[in-house]
Design a protein around this ligand. Sequence first.
Ligand SMILES: C[S@@+](CC[C@H](N)C(=O)[O-])C[C@H]1O[C@@H](n2cnc3c(N)ncnc32)[C@H](O)[C@@H]1O
Length: 255
Amino acid sequence: MKLAKVLMCWCVCMGLLQADEPSSASARAASAADRYETRRIHDPNGIGKFYMGREIAHVMGFAGAAWLERSTREEEERLTLLIRSLRLKPGDVVADIGAGSGVISILMAEPVLPGGKVLAVDVQQEMLDRLKKYCQNLGVENVEPIKGSQKRSGLKPASVDLAIMVDVYHEFEYPYEMLQDISQALKPGGRLVFVEYRKEDPAVPIKEVHKMTQAQVRQEAEQPEFGLSWLETVHVLPLQHVVIFQKQPQPVAGQ
Ligand SMILES: C[S@@+](CC[C@H](N)C(=O)[O-])C[C@H]1O[C@@H](n2cnc3c(N)ncnc32)[C@H](O)[C@@H]1O
């Protein structure tokens, strides 16, 4: 019996037999492919790709920049209340993921001074160019544009105190990969903020695939590998919820 076992091990080592367990690389690749589902029949405002039962929305194109900057936005979304609820402080490094033309980045630039900065990440170069001009016109010097990709933010590991996504997460083509990347960019104890239109409320006048329930946000963000724990949900905005997670602090040495 013992001899048979040794022989089997030898065969597997020599590549003469296939081990039962797939290699961890192929197992990882398989689970990444299984993560998303494509459906033929779907909402016309979505891309037909589903993640954890939710259809992913189309990315807002550069043509939508003027809508982001509309003069009625403060009245409709109360952005100043949102920024106040973040409790930013001088010296903070903040990432505005899906910054668009920079409306939110610019609002966060002042509260992190002196010493702090806003890293404005977007996948569309036209948005980042517009954001740069917007900052120049206003004399804002602590906003740094970063060109990200569909799967990577371009942020350095453990470099950010707070990352925020305002009306963005629901349109990530690869939400799992983006959350993995963003959670790695947070410092231990750093915060990740989702601002999404409330799907729980049918009176919120936004297309269905552009809304998310708080339960859906939590289900997607609280996967153990991200190391994120729900901290609080702030209910100060008329149309959106502000769902905040915290990156687990590093374990204390010796524990
Ligand atoms: C609806 S706009 C919101 C812009 C901004 N947050 C605001 O509220 O004014 C969504 C933005 O997210 C960007 N976006 C989509 N997927 C992205 C990704 N994977 N990484 C970074 N930005 C992304 C889009 O290019 C677009 O500019």
